[in-house]
Design a protein around this ligand. Structure first.
Ligand code: NAD
Length: 271
């Protein structure tokens, strides 16, 4: 069926905007019940829910700051009390607080690590605990021994490309890579799959300052062999594949969705 995720339950963090919003909508269009998480903008989160329900899908809105342990636990509890189970976590919430290294404050460093890395820890731990609990119950309709829980982490090309002026962000995403690989190794025996998606430049509010300025946009194109900016939907389709049984034998991988940004584009014109 085209409804790959029929009767599956997915949490998408940071789904009030950009990539998270596109992931929530795409998973819901493929049949999932989606928990749309937001941290501050309730109106924007509600818009994601409204778009899903107006397409005939199923979603609820849940507020939680992913860097707050109690709020994260409450979000997972609410998911279970509403839908009775969990199948998919898309751990997407993230932010930037840019500053030159010499001027970066501890507060800027800590905020980005708290949301982008500790937030992944808190959400993935709750999801994994639920998956392991669920796996102890007799599994219906799982005669093929497919994965019983899927986690997709939102990383970035900056998990491998250093980024001057953004050391807190690059360090957080580099951390996400080893975090993802380590828990993937640890959770695989439980039939839980963990993978990352690493976007390049995707047109969202996080980098509006670049794509809304024609000169900066041209500079950006020098970094992208495929010569276009990515869309949130480009990323959502990759997330859906990693969350689906089509990728059942894929564990601990990072999928770069970047129009070739990680291909050292400056070498293309280097004769
Ligand atoms: P965005 O700013 O549009 O969305 C970020 C989302 O995270 C928002 O919904 C925001 O409310 C949420 N969020 C922020 N702090 C939160 C918190 N403490 N708790 C819960 N939610 C919180 O940006 P985006 O581009 O859609 O970014 C989504 C993810 O994709 C981030 O992890 C980002 O690092 C990653 N990413 C984006 C790009 C890009 O080019 N846009 C590239 C690589 C990686």
């Amino acid at each position: 069926s085209s409804l790959k995720f029929k009767e599956q339950v997915a949490i998408v963090t940071g789904a009030s905007s950009g990539i998270g919003k596109a992931c929530a909508i795409h998973l819901a269009n493929l049949g999932a019940h989606v928990v749309v998480n937001y941290s501050s903008s309730q109106d924007e989160g509600q818009k994601t829910v409204d778009e899903i329900t107006s397409n005939g899908g199923s979603a609820i809105l849940v507020k939680a700051d992913v860097s707050n342990e109690e709020e994260v636990k409450a979000m997972f509890n609410e998911t279970i009390s509403k839908y009775g189970k969990l199948d998919i976590l898309v751990s997407n919430a993230g932010l930037q607080q840019d500053a030159p290294f010499l001027e970066m404050t501890l507060k800027q460093w800590q905020k980005v690590i708290d949301v982008n890395l500790t937030g992944q820890f808190l959400c993935c731990r709750e999801a994994a605990r639920i998956f392991v609990e669920q796996s102890k119950k007799p599994q219906e309709n799982n005669h093929n021994e497919l994965s019983i829980g899927k986690i997709v982490l939102m990383s970035s090309v900056h998990d491998v490309i250093p980024w001057a002026g953004h050391v807190n962000y690059a360090a957080s995403k580099g951390g996400v890579m080893m975090f993802m690989k380590t828990i993937s190794q640890e959770l695989a025996p439980h039939k839980i799959r963990v993978n990352s998606v690493s976007p390049g430049a995707i047109k969202t509010p996080i980098n509006k300052e670049v794509w809304s300025d024609p000169q900066k946009y041209d500079g950006l194109m020098d970094l992208i062999p495929y010569k276009r900016i990515g869309t949130p939907r480009d990323v959502a389709k990759a997330v859906a594949w990693l969350a689906s049984d089509d990728s059942d034998y894929v564990n601990g991988e990072t999928l770069y969705i970047d129009g070739g940004m990680t291909l050292y584009p400056e070498f293309a014109d280097n004769g």
